[in-house]
Design a protein around this ligand. Structure first.
Ligand code: AMP
Length: 193
């Protein structure tokens, strides 16, 4: 049983590598970005609120985001008993502390954090390409720049947080999908056996 956090800047390949990790380790997947986009598509109250932040490239406030995640864990108790990959959560120190508490209450913990490290020019290129292919509304140049600012200011401090916890696996995320996945597997194997 393994709870993983996949961590990295927007466009670093979290979603793509999550799919590979799910196949390899049989994990469940919680992507907070996908969850919010589903709410927006369905026109729920949460979707309406979330859209105001997502369209600006800003983070949903911690108290709301933490409650959304706690609701997901409460209504799907099998998630934490079989192992989860957390994709896009946590994004702030506050969220990381809450995740530790939420998992602690359920008798488990974050076992490892996979940190995808990709240079900034490539992040922008990848997101612009994804915007063309998927029509994702926040993959336009102005929102991308804001999301990268938000990442540097609010999310990147998590790297040190998880290094201090001895859980951070730095992965060079610049290569192709197969090579990056190979590095992840090697790194997790060394740590987790
Ligand atoms: P993603 O698909 O992970 O890139 O997330 C898309 C957008 O959803 C982000 O730019 C945020 O506006 C919002 N979002 C997703 N996860 C979180 C989170 N953990 N905390 C706050 N906002 C989030």
């Amino acid at each position: 049983m393994l709870n993983l956090v996949i961590f990295g800047a927007p466009g670093s390949g979290k979603g793509t590598q999550s799919e590979r990790l799910i196949d390899e380790y049989g994990l469940h997947h919680i992507s907070t970005g996908e969850l919010l986009r589903r709410h927006i598509a369905e026109g729920t109250e949460l979707g309406t609120v979330a859209n105001q932040y997502i369209s600006q490239g800003h983070l949903i406030p911690d108290d709301l985001m933490i409650k959304v995640l706690e609701d997901v864990l409460d209504s799907n108790p099998e998630l934490t008993s079989k192992g989860v990959i957390f994709d896009g959560f946590p994004r702030t120190i506050e969220q990381a502390k809450s995740l530790n508490n939420m998992l602690d209450k359920r008798g488990t913990k974050v076992h490892a954090v996979v940190g995808l490290e990709v240079n900034e020019d490539d992040l922008i290129k990848r997101m612009l390409q994804r915007g063309k292919e998927s029509g994702r509304a926040d993959d336009n140049i102005d929102t991308i720049r804001e999301r990268l600012n938000v990442y540097h200011n609010q999310t990147s401090p998590l790297r040190d947080f998880y290094i201090n916890e001895g859980k951070y696996h730095a992965i060079d995320g610049n290569g192709n999908v197969d090579n990056v996945f190979g590095s992840i597997k090697k790194s997790l194997k060394e740590k987790l056996g």
